[in-house]
Design a binder for this molecule. Structure first.
Ligand code: ADP
Ligand code: MG
Length: 380
């Protein structure tokens, strides 16, 4: 990928460039915990955005997207926002860098990627992180990785209309090959955990469906969590977030809150503990326990948080039948992917069975993305 970028850059701009990259991400466990002040456990993967970049001595940014075969040119002031969606991410990163007192001047760039778009692997965060990291290096701005992640997050908020949390940009910037990163979404403390799963493969099965309810249901879930937390705070005033609550505290208020809110809180409180247990299991290289916790998370998301759907539950059941070590819905739910931890010797048979059965049942095949733990933002 980087050679074709260098060549294309030379053809378009007549000179050499430096090449930077940043990765998409998975989240092994810790779902719907971020906005409840809990843990997530993401890691960078071997699918990335790659960009050749060099200053061009003008006050314009000149960018070519190989994948869209489109060119965009824009200035660096707030009024200069480009029309193309993909260019807004790059413009946003420039603007957020400038807002924080960093230097950015005109540059030329050529970029492409191999992260499937909108599949829950955060291609947008990879795009932001690539440019945030590159501009930081090129102009010697001295921002740390956290600041670069926040530049990406603010880009989504202020230039792309997506009010996302910090996990995607965090994983894309901080990712390291062979590690997952446990991030405490309340304190932003983080810790690396070894994830060298020899003998296993990680694979995502994309249902290719997105059910309509997703965004209204998401807001309702957040409200339920707030109501459960408020009830708990009546008795335990020091509880800052739902993730800080103990399960017995939830039982104390069960009669005072709606059944629905109670079920949502069961998921969140259980999920926080599962992340901790899974990290312990990773340190012991106990992948059977890792996998079992993934299945528990799926059950919890399906029955208590109620964000699964027929297609996802179907793939989860197929995984169980095929003796897949761990499987669960990844991301917000109501469609998207399952993430599966599979023994190498069962891998081919699992994929074949899943594709056959899913196609028979739903009339189209799931998409398959095999992923390997990799580095995050970097210069090549
Ligand atoms: P995701 O879940 O993958 O982050 P988003 O909808 O948030 O999905 O971001 C996808 C958008 O990011 C695309 O519509 C495009 O604007 C931009 N993008 C991602 N990858 C590329 C790429 N390889 N080339 C150009 N733009 C890209
Ligand atoms: Mg995105």
């Amino acid at each position: 990928m980087d050679n074709s970028i260098r060549e294309k850059f030379k053809v378009l701009f007549g000179k050499e460039c430096d090449v930077y990259a940043s990765s998409g991400r998975i989240n092994l466990i810790g779902e719907h915990t971020d906005y409840n002040g809990g843990y997530v456990l993401p890691g960078a993967i071997d699918k990335c955005i790659m960009a050749g970049i060099a200053p061009n001595g003008t006050d314009k940014v000149k960018v070519f997207s190989i994948d869209y075969n489109e060119y965009a040119e824009f200035g660096l002031e707030e009024k200069d926002a480009p029309a193309q969606q993909w260019a807004k991410y790059i413009f946003g990163v420039c603007r957020e860098t400038l807002k924080r007192g960093g230097k950015v001047e005109g540059f030329s760039a050529v970029f492409c990627g191999n992260i499937p778009l909108g599949a829950g692997l955060s291609s947008s965060a990879a795009l932001e992180s690539t440019f945030a990291y590159a501009l930081n290096q090129i102009y010697g701005n001295g921002f740390d990785l956290f600041q670069l992640a926040k530049i990406g997050q603010a880009t989504e908020h202020n230039y792309c209309g997506v009010k996302c949390g910090i996990m995607d940009q965090f994983a894309s910037c901080f990712g390291k090959a062979g590690y997952l990163i446990r991030l405490n979404c309340k304190t932003l403390e983080y810790q690396y955990f070894p994830f060298s799963c020899e003998g296993y493969k990680l694979v995502l099965l994309d249902t290719c469906v997105k059910h309509e309810l997703a965004s209204s249901a998401y807001n309702k879930r957040r409200e339920s969590c707030e109501k459960a937390l408020e009830a708990i705070q009546q008795r335990h005033p020091d509880t800052e977030t739902l993730s800080d609550a103990k399960r017995i505290w939830l039982e104390e208020v069960k009669a005072e809150i709606a059944e629905e809110d109670y079920l949502r809180a069961i998921h969140v409180i259980g999920e926080v503990q599962r992340v901790l247990d899974l990290c312990d299991a990773l340190e012991r290289k106990d992948f059977e326990t890792v996998g079992e916790l993934m299945y528990q998370t799926h059950f919890s998301l399906s029955r208590f948080y109620e964000v699964s759907c027929e297609e996802l539950d179907f793939l989860n059941r197929v995984a169980r039948k095929c003796d897949v070590t761990g499987s669960r819905v990844m991301g917000g739910g109501f469609g998207g992917c399952t993430i599966n931890l599979v023994k190498e010797e069962l891998y081919d048979q699992f994929l074949k069975t899943a594709i056959d059965l899913f196609t028979k049942r739903f009339g189209h095949a799931p998409k398959i993305y095999e992923v390997v733990s990799s580095d995050g933002a970097r210069k090549l």
